[in-house]
Write a protein of this length. Structure first.
Lengths: 164, 466
């Protein structure tokens, strides 16, 4: 849902200005951007307009992130199915970096194998998921390592559960 | 204590470059090149390895270059000394990594300090060891490639720069520090310079795995054109503690804002005091950003209480503008510390602490907005006494504060604010043993959304009679 309006209020601070910016989205959601430095009301409004594309993108990422946290595999609010899938994959890589291989496995198991099986090149996948080829390769590598160790991961998890 | 000697023409191995007494005089007195190491890393890898009470002395003409990572991994002091008089400290030693992918790394739990040394980075100046400590004093860190940065992912690690310079020579376009894992970045009297390109953010992304803390005192940060904290803060689950405090720093006229994304967690805060690009403003600048709003100091170009005895140059007085969000409630208020001064609270004529605020339309009550005072006990001075103007029945309807329009004069850019609600809060300090003469601590609590109606609090806090 895109931004439908913005409320910008510039106020004098010392020799310069600051401005508060609040955005309203078409689904009724509101987002406050922290105050910015500006040269006055007009400058602040122009800057606020420039920020809109970036803000829209961040709201989508936030929705996709919420989908992962809530265990949702489908499109949610502003986030499309592809964006939610990518959020799951990013969560998996992050969990792997954070030394949580079992968690990483569970994040990555939903989409990565089918992505690999699709046969698309990294360059195509990078376009599809709005990322770069390096990131795609990192996701694939992480998944393949975890998949190879699946039985060990499950055993480790079972031991953890057993000693709780 | 031993001295490990380093100059780039050295060839020492094992314990060959160790002096048992403090070296003096010209470097040539060390004799053959086999009596000193080629690099700081070689000295750290010597046998026996240096320990925390040892020193690695590096000639100020040392100029070592490598294409791969350089790893600093010992508890040790590293110092640049005069090649002509080794007993004298002298800035000048240099270690360089060529290419664009290799790092200076600081793994392990080691604590070390470097003085007088220039580090020219290929990619990053990195720290990754748990509880690692790095002190850079009078150093120059050159980030030479686009994307180079301080990569601070050390669990509870500390990176401290004192009287140093960070030179970004090919446009570190996104941000200088990427910190996670509870790392502390502390910079004192350090200048950040961009010689080519544009540097956007001071902190960019990171913030995960317990986040980071930043403390900047007396630094020149005028080179940054983006945000002090950018690309992080807007993800409630993955962005952890982000706590940056800045005191008496120069910021740039081109800075876009203090933070890019609205904070969502209680552990996130940016506090800037005395930080501006403008001479006059820098004397009274204050800015606080938390998850439920901002507090900004404003002067007579905005809304102030004119009858104030707390003034800056030219008789200028200021107030604090509160822009709180809908996340503010009487039970989860926006809180900030109002500067205070010495108050003679022990005298009967001055045993109430008074402060003043104004708001255009909102009627403020003592359940929505209040002051919390902490002062010294009147008899047992070491005992802190807590007072509040808050209604003690937290669920009760509030009582409006006293109308102060008869004695206060509030103006917006010199124009009297007719019709505004002007209030006074008076906190009684007489109960029990009363208060001693002291500098009380004063926290303002705002429990209402001021998105459309900012509240202004005068910096003028006085001691008065009941």
């Amino acid at each position: 849902m895109p931004i439908v309006s913005q409320k910008v209020v510039a106020y004098k601070v010392g020799a310069g200005w600051m401005a508060s910016i609040n955005y309203l989205f078409s689904d009724g959601r509101k987002l406050r951007k922290p105050p910015i430095f500006c040269k006055g009301q007009l400058d602040a409004e122009q800057k606020a307009t420039k920020f809109q594309a970036e803000i829209n993108k961040k709201v989508v990422l936030r929705d996709a992130g919420k989908a992962v946290r809530n265990g949702v595999l489908t499109a949610v609010k502003d986030a499309t199915l592809i964006q939610v899938q990518f959020a799951w994959m990013q969560a998996g890589v992050k969990a792997a970096i954070d030394k949580d291989p079992y968690g990483a496995f569970n994040y990555l198991k939903h989409h990565v194998q089918s992505m690999i099986d699709s046969g698309f090149k990294n360059s195509d996948l990078a376009i599809r998921f709005d990322t770069d080829e390096k990131t795609i390769q990192k996701i694939k590598d992480t998944w393949l390592k975890l998949k190879d160790a699946e039985s060990t991961l499950m055993l480790h998890k079972a031991i953890q559960e057993g000693i709780k | 204590m031993a001295w490990y000697m380093v100059r780039d023409d050295g060839t020492a191995s094992a314990g060959g470059g160790i002096e048992s007494s403090k070296p003096t005089g010209d470097w040539s007195t060390l004799g053959a090149t086999s009596n000193y190491y080629e690099s700081i890393e070689d000295a750290m890898n010597a046998s026996p390895a240096p320990d925390h009470d040892d020193m690695i002395l590096v000639s100020d003409v040392h100029d070592y270059t490598r294409a791969a990572d350089i790893n600093y991994t010992e508890n040790v002091v590293v110092m640049s000394v005069d090649d002509g008089a080794m007993e004298d400290y002298k800035f000048g030693a240099k270690e360089t990594i060529t290419g664009t992918s290799a790092d200076f790394t600081n793994d392990g739990t080691f604590k070390k300090s470097f003085s007088g040394i220039t580090f020219v980075c290929g990619d990053n100046f990195a720290m990754a060891g748990n509880n690692v400590g790095i002190l850079l004093y009078d150093c120059n860190i050159v980030l030479n490639n686009n994307g180079s940065r301080f990569a601070a992912v050390a669990v509870a690690g500390v990176l401290r720069l004192i009287n140093s310079t960070v030179t970004m020579s090919v446009g570190t376009t996104l941000g200088l520090f990427e910190a996670t894992d509870g790392t502390s970045i502390e910079c004192f009297y350090t200048d950040f310079i961009t010689t080519t390109g544009v540097t956007q953010d001071l902190f960019y992304q990171g913030g995960g795995d317990t986040g980071f803390m930043g403390l900047f005192v007396g630094c020149d940060m005028s080179t940054f054109e983006g945000y002090i904290i950018g690309g992080v803060g807007g993800n409630e689950s993955s962005d952890d503690r982000l706590d940056v405090q800045m005191y008496n720093c120069v910021i740039g006229a081109d800075l876009t804002g203090w933070i890019e994304e609205g904070f969502l967690n209680w552990s996130q805060r940016l506090l800037a005091v005395g930080c501006s690009e403008d001479n006059a403003h820098s004397r009274w600048q204050f800015y606080q950003e938390t998850f439920n709003g901002t507090v900004t100091s404003v002067d007579d170009a905005s809304v102030i209480r004119t009858n104030s005895d707390v003034t800056f140059d030219g008789g200028k007085t200021i107030s604090f503008r509160i822009d709180s969000t809908s996340d503010c409630t009487p039970w989860i208020p926006l809180i900030f510390k109002l500067p205070t001064k010495f108050l003679p609270l022990s005298a009967a004529t001055t045993d109430h602490i008074e402060m003043h605020m104004a708001v255009e339309t909102m009627a403020l009550t003592d359940t929505e907005f209040w002051a919390e005072v902490n002062h010294r006990d009147g008899t047992d001075l070491k005992i802190p006494i807590f007072r509040t103007s808050r209604e003690l029945n937290l669920i009760a309807d509030g009582t409006p504060y006293d109308d102060d329009s008869g004695s206060s004069i509030w103006e917006d850019n010199g124009v009297d604010l007719v019709g505004w609600n002007e209030y006074k809060i008076s906190v009684d300090t007489t109960e029990g043993a009363g208060a001693s003469d002291s500098v009380p601590s004063l926290l303002i609590n705002c429990g209402v959304d001021t998105t459309s109606d900012p509240i202004y609090v005068s910096i003028n806090v006085n001691a008065a009679a009941a």
